[in-house]
Design a binder for this molecule. Structure first.
Ligand SMILES: Nc1ncnc2c1ncn2[C@@H]1O[C@H](COP(=O)(O)OP(=O)(O)OP(=O)(O)O)[C@@H](O)[C@H]1O
Ligand SMILES: [Mg+2]
Length: 272
């Protein structure tokens, strides 16, 4: 008996065998095995998640070095040549510095906010906001190169009030517009569109860019989508912008998605 347990048996029966005893002990043995299997699976899942998290953190920190490197290069240039540089060259350099610093802030904010959403610590400051007014406001303040693309607001409704966190939804729309611009050729048109479906607002950002292959249309919103994608060495999903958008829209009780337009480009849509 002891030898048996020593080499790994979990239980034993002695003759004469009682059928009820066999049934009960078998039930317990099966239950134990199931528990152990579940635990093993759980552990493997945790390890995978931990590994993905490590890879993601590494990638993000690595990505943050890019804007910093550009900024340092331009600061160096200013330091050495500021006396001899013409004003418009200084302006251009300062504008690059500003752009890169903003990119960095955007990346850090997305990262911190995604963590807050995951921990359930992101508080929405909801207030009644007229979405048409908000979209008009975004188009006025959104800083983009107007010689490169045109952004048009298209809507048949004149007012739509919804209880939202204005700041967060503004950032969602800016993220979608930034992506649309990034993937648009010169002289393209980007349409910001709003209408109503089942009493809910549907906001769309429509571009004329390359569109998104069907197999990536869900992955680009996933936090770890990019880890897998980069491992395979393709360019899909390198950032956290859309992950932030998904968390932000879901927190409002809405949904977000993308489809390719029949002629060209993609349409990112979300409801609130
Ligand atoms: N309008 C678009 N047209 C084509 N591809 C897009 C578009 N928007 C997003 N994508 C794809 O989805 C990926 C994920 O977008 P996301 O905004 O999450 O990250 P990013 O723009 O690469 O980086 P970040 O937003 O952090 O600066 C992009 O890298 C790109 O491959
Ligand atoms: Mg983006």
């Amino acid at each position: 008996m002891i030898e048996g347990l020593k080499v790994g048996a979990t239980d034993y029966l002695t003759k004469p065998i009682n059928p009820v005893d066999v049934i009960l002990r078998s039930r317990n043995a099966v239950f134990m095995k199931q528990l152990i299997d579940q635990e093993k699976e759980h552990l493997t899942e945790m390890k995978n998640l931990q590994r993905l998290n490590d890879e993601l953190n590494h990638m993000i920190v690595h990505d943050m070095r890019n804007p910093l490197t550009v900024m340092l290069g331009h600061l160096e240039l200013l330091k050495i040549k500021v006396k001899n540089l013409e004003n418009d060259k200084i302006d251009k350099t300062l504008s690059i510095l500003n752009q890169q610093a903003n990119r960095l802030i955007e990346m850090i904010s997305s990262l911190l906010d995604i963590n807050k959403f995951e921990k359930g610590e992101m508080k929405l400051n909801r207030e009644e906001v007229d979405l048409i007014e908000l979209l008009n406001h975004i188009l006025q303040v959104f800083n983009y190169n107007k010689d490169h693309v045109k952004i048009l607001l298209e809507t048949k409704i004149t007012t739509f009030k919804a209880p939202i966190d204005k700041y967060i939804i503004e950032r969602v729309i800016e993220n979608l517009l930034t992506n649309a611009i990034k993937f648009s050729n010169k002289n393209s048109i980007i349409t910001l569109h709003i209408d109503q479906q089942n009493e809910k607002p549907v906001i769309k950002v429509i571009d004329q860019g390359p569109g998104i292959p069907a197999e990536y249309q869900e992955k680009i919103f996933e936090k770890f989508g990019q880890v897998e994608s980069r491992r395979k060495g393709n360019k899909y999903s390198t950032g956290l912008g859309l992950t932030f958008c998904k968390y932000a829209v879901n927190a409002h009780g809405g949904e977000i998605g993308v489809y390719n337009n029949p002629n060209a480009g993609s349409t990112f849509w979300f409801t609130l």
